[in-house]
Design a binder for this molecule. Structure first.
Ligand code: ADE
Ligand code: ZN
Length: 339
């Protein structure tokens, strides 16, 4: 996909990206080789050929298989650095990264190995590219709440590194309410809360995420639109949605990109942001998602700029850095307008 110069240089934040979903086949094969791990694929082409999904579960099966190559702190560092090298040239100025500790601890990889490796990558991003970040730990919703409690316990020594908690994995049949107590405990411990909701699951799940989990953002949220009263309430609350068009397309959440509900979301007054979700699997990083919406829905540059502005407002940035980045965006738009 050719990305316009306007989108390429537009300062933006990415708020919905799973670090394990940035695992490009080249790096996956190299890391598997150095760790002596055998994967079901032996070439980049073979790996990419397997990336055909008809729904979220199809994708998750492949995604959890891919992460098995990750063993050491350095592996997690290299994975994180590779993501930031890619988005630095997309003018991502701040990123809030998800990770799935249970996908690793269940394989015997210590929580500390995962967390320390990712944090080293976040430091690299700041030092090398001037990109700030927040780390968000997701609970796997197909597992039970006791497992999430054990994970929260393991995160406590890393509270300075982990800013928030989220909820991901297979949505259908795993409503947010299943995790109400562990989210309450996380909130009481000072973690910010977000949750995937309304990706495959019904609009009720979005409502539960707000009412039972106390989330400050909804990840995806597409199906909230099926309930006009809920949609109006989300707009009223200023509840941000982290929308991921290429992911929605690849996982069959939308039939075609020109049927994506982004315009309806904007018309409803929702605070929408654009994000990549699992870019190594879905055919594009954050700028490709911006470009896809321009190409398929004729979203103009001014609207994309508003979406980038939303990304800073919806972030967990501290006020001073947020103000700096909003000023950077403003300067970019004014320079363009007068060019
Ligand atoms: N884990 C990684 N990507 C995900 C997605 N799009 N939905 C739910 N869980 C995920
Ligand atoms: Zn996601």
């Amino acid at each position: 996909m050719t990305v316009s110069q306007f989108i390429r240089n537009l300062p933006k934040a990415e708020l919905h990206v799973h670090i394990e979903g940035t695992f490009e086949p080249e790096l996956m094969l190299a890391i598997a080789r150095r760790n002596g791990i055998s994967l079901p694929f032996s070439t980049v082409d073979e790996t990419r050929a397997a990336y055909r999904f008809s729904n979220l579960q199809d994708f998750l099966d492949i995604y959890y298989q891919g992460v098995s190559a990750l063993q050491t702190e350095k592996d997690f560092r290299d994975l994180t650095c590779a993501y930031f090298d890619r988005v630095a040239v997309q003018n991502v100025r701040h990123a809030e990264i998800f990770f799935d500790p249970q996908a690793h601890t269940a394989r015997g990889i210590p929580f500390a190995t995962v967390c320390r490796g990712i944090v080293r990558g976040l430091k690299y991003a700041q030092q090398t590219h001037g990109i700030t970040s927040r780390l968000i730990m997701c609970f796997l919703r197909h597992l039970d709440e006791m497992d999430a409690f054990a994970t929260l316990e393991q995160a406590m020594p890393f509270q300075r590194a982990i800013y928030g908690v989220g909820l991901d994995s297979g949505e259908a049949g795993n409503p947010p309410g299943k995790f109400a107590r562990v989210f309450a405990a996380a909130r009481a411990a000072g973690f910010r809360c977000v949750a995937h909701a309304g990706e495959e699951g019904p609009s009720d799940y979005v409502e539960e995420a707000v009412d039972l989990l106390g989330v400050q953002r909804i990840d995806h949220g597409n199906r909230a639109l099926e309930d006009p009263a809920l949609t109006a309430r989300l707009a009223e609350l200023g509840m941000p949605l982290t929308v991921c068009p290429l992911s929605n397309h690849m996982l069959g959440v939308v039939g075609a990109l020109d049927q994506h509900p982004l315009l309806a979301m904007l018309e409803a007054g929702l605070s929408v942001t654009l994000n990549s979700d699992d870019p190594a699997y879905f055919g594009g990083y954050v700028n490709d998602n911006y470009q896809a919406m321009q190409d398929h829905l004729a979203v103009d540059d001014a609207t994309l700029a508003r979406i980038a502005q939303n990304s800073f407002h919806a972030s967990f940035l501290e006020p001073q850095r947020r103000a700096e980045l909003l000023a950077e965006l403003d300067a970019y738009l004014r320079a363009g307008a007068s060019a």
